[in-house]
Design a protein. Sequence first.
Length: 217
Amino acid sequence: MTARSATDGLELLELGHDDRGPAPPEGRERGDLRPPRIPQHAYLTGLVLALAGILMFFLALVSAFVVRKGLGGDWAATPVPGILWFNTAILVISSVTLERARRGLTAADDSGFRAWWGVTTALGVAFLAGQIVAWRQLAEAGVFLATNPSSSFFYVLTGAHGLHLLGGVLALAVVGLRGDPPEARLPRSTAARVAGVYWHFMGLLWVCVFLLLLLGQ
């Protein structure tokens, strides 16, 4: 009985089984209690689904814009504040600075990454401030949300985009301020990529909204 027990024990060890439980996943040590990192593609898939929902929302607004404009003669063109050109340029430049930051991250240049990422975040804040200025200019000109259907769509479209962009600014701030500890479930490189894709999407979406406001009045 003793010899057979010893033989069984050797067979179990050869098969990779012992009394300490199953072997840990590749890249992790036994006894490591840190939660496993979620694959990058899982975050990107979730982001794509979220962006699809945002896109459908704005497409619905654009469809309502086109239909309402053609329904009656009460449509009065809303003047587009000139500052929106400046705001658009800011958002385009912010996409460039974001890519500079990501290149710094890829090159392990932490200071360069933080500098350019901070510039991108500041440009996002400047864009939102510019949108507020545009709304105030319209209000001073006597154009409010309920003035006419055109002004209603102007405020709704720019306001909805502003709220979504505010979420992007907060995401940029979080990524820029956090470190990259080894135990983090979300590596900084993944967080920067997800935030970057969202930011570029918001920039492209704004260009489409701006063109609609310019050409669809």
